[in-house]
Design a protein around this ligand. Structure first.
Ligand code: CA
Length: 241
């Protein structure tokens, strides 16, 4: 389980220099985070399943393993946010590219306050991601292109005031689209976890039903667009309240 806000987040620190490691943990504790310190790559990878961190701070210069290898194995074992620590001489393209899925890096020596600021900023970004955002109470009324949609009542109101009831499946699909407007969503993202069947054409059926209710000309949709070979996209700005 991930916390619904950044406070109380669990941060697992991998740093072989004990003094620096303790300094980092002290700074994190001071700002309300929980922390755990590992001094070697192997110890870290063994412990990480138990600590179930929200974010890991990983020093690249380790005695027993290549730090990048640790990041790679971590992402396979226990995917989570990663902040890399590195010496000035090691800021090569492999770090700058962050190609392994690290979220940010910090060059040593650094101010503890700077470290905490980076940690907070990464956690904020993570909490914006839709899977975790769902855990947070969300607004239930969306306004877009003159329309209004009440999630609780599955009720759509047209710009002219007409009220249209949606089925639970249609409402779920519309909600998913409204939560991520102007982004292409593929079939898997649009299907709820409950009905994952790759051969299921019901998304297309639900989309065309929604279009008949929402679009002036369902054959020439302006709100829910088809992106060929990729999925669907809701093109509107959405206000939630
Ligand atoms: Ca080191």
């Amino acid at each position: 389980m991930k916390p619904s806000d950044a406070s109380n987040a669990m941060i697992h620190v991998l740093e072989d220099e004990g003094e620096i490691g303790r300094l980092i943990c002290a700074a994190l504790t001071e700002y309300g985070f929980r922390s755990e310190l590992s001094g070697s790559g192997r110890q870290f990878l063994q412990r990480v399943r138990q600590t179930n961190p929200d974010l890991c701070i990983i020093d690249l210069g380790l005695p027993d393993m290549d730090g990048m290898q640790v990041v790679r194995e971590l992402q396979e074992k226990q995917p989570c946010a990663v902040l890399i620590l590195t010496g000035r001489n090691d800021v090569t393209d492999r770090v700058l590219g962050l190609e392994l899925g690290a979220d940010d890096y910090l060059v040593k020596p650094f101010e503890p306050r700077e470290l905490v600021a980076r940690v907070r900023s990464i956690l904020r970004r993570y909490l914006k991601n839709p899977q975790q955002a769902e855990a947070v109470a969300e607004p239930q009324m969306a306004r877009f292109s003159g329309w209004q949609f009440d999630i609780q009542r599955l009720l759509l109101q047209a710009p002219d005031g007409r009220e249209i009831h949606l089925s639970a499946a249609e409402a779920g699909l519309l909600t998913t689209l409204l939560r991520r407007p102007n982004k292409i969503l593929n079939r898997e993202q649009l299907l709820g976890e409950r009905d994952v069947d790759p051969f299921d054409r019901s998304i297309d059926v639900r989309i065309s039903r929604l279009r008949r209710k929402l679009e002036e000309d369902p054959q020439n949709p302006r709100i829910i667009k088809t992106v060929y070979g990729a999925g669907y996209m809701l093109t509107a700005s959405v206000d939630w309240s």
